[in-house]
Design a protein around this ligand. Sequence first.
Ligand SMILES: NC(=O)c1ccc[n+]([C@@H]2O[C@H](COP(=O)([O-])OP(=O)(O)OC[C@H]3O[C@@H](n4cnc5c(N)ncnc54)[C@H](O)[C@@H]3O)[C@@H](O)[C@H]2O)c1
Length: 435
Amino acid sequence: MNIAVAGTGYVGLVTGVCLAEKGHQVTCVDVDEAKVAKMQAGRSPIYEPGLEELMRANAARLAFTTDWAAAYKDAQVIFIGVGTPEKKDGSANLKYVYNVARQIADSVRSECVVVVKSTVPIGTNDKVEKFLRERARGVRLHVASNPEFLAQGTAVRDTLQPSRIVLGVEDAFSEQALRAVYEGFDAPVLVMNRRSAEMVKYASNDFLALKISYVNEIANLCESVGADIEDVTAGMGYDGRIGSRFLRAGIGYGGSCFPKDTKALSWLANFNDTEIKTVRAAIEVNENQKLKLLKKAKKYFPDGFDGVKVAMLGLTFKPGTDDLREAASLVNAAILLEDGARLQAWDPVGTENYKRFYPDQITYCDTIQQAITGADVCFIFTEWEEICRLSPKVYRQLMNKPIVLDGRNCYSLPACEEAGITYISVGRRPVEAGQ
Ligand SMILES: NC(=O)c1ccc[n+]([C@@H]2O[C@H](COP(=O)([O-])OP(=O)(O)OC[C@H]3O[C@@H](n4cnc5c(N)ncnc54)[C@H](O)[C@@H]3O)[C@@H](O)[C@H]2O)c1
């Protein structure tokens, strides 16, 4: 099929490349000229394992352009995968979706299906369809919802082997077109109306956010009552009704989806004169959780961080991505810098993006060892494999004071005791050096 994809971010580009892998002819459109130039040169503008290789392997079926009119005019299916960031009031900003809708309406020449893949509030597809039909006179346009469930870091695998394909359609033409798009995929296909499809996405994401906030609250309680969250979650995870995934305590969720999608659903509930208290609670718990390590560090630095050499390990919101949106490291770095700390940071892929926030105020290191050398304290914000593989003894050897505050529970407590470091993690007893 002749497919166009609007937006070449984590969702759009991965979708486009994976659809080409399945044999479709795909044109990926973006308004960012630098991004498009990079993709035309065979390079991915985002870090996503396996993506660049797949881009190159399918180069014959892939085109990248800023020329949206040419891309949309004869496409059979157009996916919208642009961002829907949070507005100040928590609602989703749909300006990018409508920009694309306007461009589609002004350029299509034949009947086609516009598929909204971006996460949008319930009812948006209906409005986009009305907008398109009013503006694109003389051409029959259909709108379908096809929410995306990929996770950054495993986006290619998630897209090629999806857990499910949700199709929100209101007419047979859209259903047929989407079934043809996904013919080569081996996954359950769930067909429903558009509003239900839109809701599946929010309900799924917010459920995962709830799960994380719940386990983080249990972890905080473990600290108060002398239980160990790792043992507790291992015990819980064996229950098939609960499952072991998304049951890891830590410094809170971040990223481009959970924070905004929880707020958007909460806003939507309010707007519809109803309440979604569980989601509101998850948001509040998460905000507090992001600052937990800093609060714990006060015990060791009662006079603040002025002049303190602080190592930060892991900058991205999770391993496997270069995405910094809502990363715990950002809110902590801001406070530490304001307090006068001297920061030296390490991240395997997130450094370039971090420099956009802090070009000069932070020393960026090529290795973990460099980042922790001479440090008075170390914060771990992301559980990159390289960090987890490091022996806790290295902290004692290289740091000025071996105080490690770990927001991701990367190490076992006995290993830290044996290494002789002070090790403060989440939901577990503290390990104090020299005790
Ligand atoms: N990132 C994820 O893990 C994920 C997972 C599932 C769903 N989603 C949802 O998918 C949507 C996209 O998320 P993302 O993380 O890929 O966004 P992103 O910010 O990484 O990418 C969006 C891209 O759209 C481009 N763009 C903006 N206006 C455009 C236009 N008029 N035409 C063409 N391109 C345009 C931007 O330049 C940018 O490259 C959001 O609604 C998000 O909630 C994201």
